[in-house]
Design a protein around this ligand. Structure first.
Ligand code: NAG
Ligand code: NAG
Ligand code: NAG
Ligand code: NAG
Ligand code: NAG
Ligand code: NAG
Length: 496
């Protein structure tokens, strides 16, 4: 096949148009916030664990449509005449939502500098546990290795796995992706010991704040802990809240897709039907609970592909999939807006007069729509092992968001006035190897779902963003556990 120039090619234009159409027609892979409300709310924790409760289907499998949080699912539709083999050559094209009428402002040099040294290294104080060999162990550099010890739980031993992440329950034929563990180059990462964790977190609350990928991590932690104790559910629609009575440890989750304040009322030339993101105000829905948390695990990013208007200093400065008047100058694209939002929310926490806990910022979770972006034939179908270095796919959108997140993190930490501690849990690189850890087409129980490519090579509808449970996402909690342990240790308050 011919090699396509990066820009100006007519195929590129066609693909771009097609992609834009698909972006409107389908949506960026984020499950609906209330999907697990249903599940958690209806599950009776006193039930015999050998009887798996029947879980209602979440309202949204993978692709919520539209511009609000109702999350009605639609499938990606490939128009007739669509030919995936035309698209393959465009592997790792910038997703259409990044292509903008302004060049990306690039503060990568600055962020790289900060990233390599000041914050990260300083934030990872050495562990005195015997497993740690190095004084300054970077937990995020390392390798995935096969571990015959297997996963920390199974789809049968954890009753609260969201259906779309229950890959085994949904018929995924391979299972070995459950057996890889992360080994930092210079230290060990202990296998998660649920009893230890509960002891460490005695009387404490850990809160997960973010989108459905944050939910993915919170549910992974619940599943791990469930193996030693069945928690009780005290949640409501605003806050999911599970209590482990033996140690009075609370695991909570608050939905906040963008982490910042959003409004629906018309604003200047932005009409009612577009969500307005106020890039300089934090999301009040979780800020009010903040002082009650001891550990906050916070993350965002994936919703910045959705249709929104960006408001900054009381002015519309840009929009994503929305910019009605092309004669107006757009000052900001979604990558930049994301960077500002990260700085806003983390600064608000770092200067909150009543917060003195630990903040773990989970870095951007990479997706794996390889061989095209998610809506142009990209796929993670048939990936059954972590990628080798040679197979590692570069994803510019992921890289851009990661850089912005690092910059926002560093800027916020500099403004800190209270006693909170900030840690950047930098999983992006490690997880770029885990193209095998996503549900792919195994995202629902539907026995008639498509799991193979169509006649023109078009991939089946699939989720290459969320993580199977059990699966690689469980390692996030091993990392978080390690961060919490180091934090309490350096504060001299580790329980004996
Ligand atoms: C959300 O979208 C649904 C369907 O797309 C629509 O019926 C509803 O009015 C919308 N709600 C808001 C608040 O925009
Ligand atoms: C798809 O494109 C490839 C390469 O351009 C071509 O060989 C093939 O015939 C096309 N298939 C269809 C169904 O159009
Ligand atoms: C990071 O800091 C170490 C010493 O703490 C220094 O040796 C190294 O050169 C620094 N790296 C960069 C990229 O600045
Ligand atoms: C768990 O996965 C197995 C396949 O490995 C499947 O037979 C079983 O029904 C699943 N159970 C649940 C509760 O999803
Ligand atoms: C902090 O706590 C004090 C005393 O409980 C309270 O008066 C104040 O409103 C709180 N501030 C914030 C921002 O929550
Ligand atoms: C405990 C602590 O240091 N609290 C400080 C947090 O930040 C505010 C300012 O925003 C200070 O006034 C508090 O003393």
């Amino acid at each position: 096949m011919k090699t396509l120039p990066r820009a100006g090619s007519s195929i590129m234009v066609i693909i771009g148009g097609l992609a834009l159409f698909l972006v409107f027609a389908s949506w960026g892979l984020i499950s609906h916030p209330s999907a697990s409300t249903v599940i958690q709310g209806s599950f009776n924790p006193s039930i015999d664990q050998s009887v798996i409760p029947v879980k209602p289907e979440p309202r949204s499998a993978v692709y919520p449509a539209g511009n609000n949080d109702t999350g009605d699912a639609v499938e990606v539709k490939y128009p007739s005449g669509y030919n995936v083999s035309d698209v393959k050559e465009l592997a790792h094209i910038v997703p259409p939502w990044v292509v903008d009428d302004l060049p990306l402002t690039d503060d990568s040099r600055e962020s790289n500098k900060l990233y390599v040294n000041s914050t990260l290294e300083a934030s990872l104080s050495p562990l005195s546990a015997p497993k740690v060999k190095s004084e300054s162990c970077d937990m995020y550099n390392g390798k995935w290795f096969h571990d015959s010890a297997g996963p920390l739980y199974t789809n049968n031993s954890c009753p609260i796995i969201t259906n779309s992440q229950n890959c085994q329950g949904n018929g995924r034929p391979d299972k070995d992706y459950e057996n890889y563990r992360w080994k930092p180059t210079k230290c060990g990462l202990p296998r998660f010991d649920p009893k230890e964790f509960l002891k460490l977190m005695r009387g404490k609350t850990i809160a997960f704040i973010g989108d459905s990928v944050a939910r993915n991590q919170m549910e992974s932690l619940l599943c791990i802990l469930w193996q030693v104790e069945t928690p009780t559910n005290h949640g409501d629609s605003r806050m999911h809240d599970w209590l482990f009575k033996s140690t009075s440890t609370r695991i909570v989750r608050i939905w906040s897709a963008w982490l910042i304040h959003k409004t629906l009322e018309p604003f200047d030339f932005a009409p009612k039907d577009v969500v307005k993101l106020h890039l300089d105000s934090p999301d009040e829905n979780f800020m009010e609970f903040l002082p009650t948390f001891d550990v906050v695990v916070i993350s965002s990013g994936h919703w910045y592909v959705r249709k929104t208007a960006y408001i900054y200093k009381n002015e519309i400065v840009g929009g994503q999939l929305w910019w009605p008047d092309k004669s107006r100058r757009k000052k900001m694209d979604n990558v930049k807006a994301f960077g500002i939002s990260v700085e806003t929310i983390l600064s608000a926490i770092a200067t909150h007069p009543n917060y003195s806990g630990l903040v773990i910022v989970r870095s951007y979770s990479p997706d794996h729509y390889e061989g095209g972006s998610w809506n142009t034939g990209g796929s993670c179908t048939d990936k059954v092992k972590p990628a080798t270095d040679a197979e590692l796919a570069n994803n510019r959108f992921t890289n851009d968001l990661h850089k912005k997140q690092v910059t926002g993190f560093n800027r916020a930490v500099k403004k800190q006035t209270n006693k909170s501690r900030f840690r950047y849990m930098d999983i992006t690189k490690a997880y770029s190897y885990r193209h095998d850890g996503h549900p792919g087409p195994y995202r629902s129980r539907d026995p008639h779902k498509k799991t193979t490519r169509g006649p023109h090579g078009e991939p089946p509808p699939q989720d290459c963003l969320h993580w199977c449970m059990p699966g690689p996402v469980d390692t996030w909690n091993e990392l978080a556990f390690e961060i919490i342990k180091r934090d309490l240790e350096s504060a001299g308050s580790l329980p004996t």
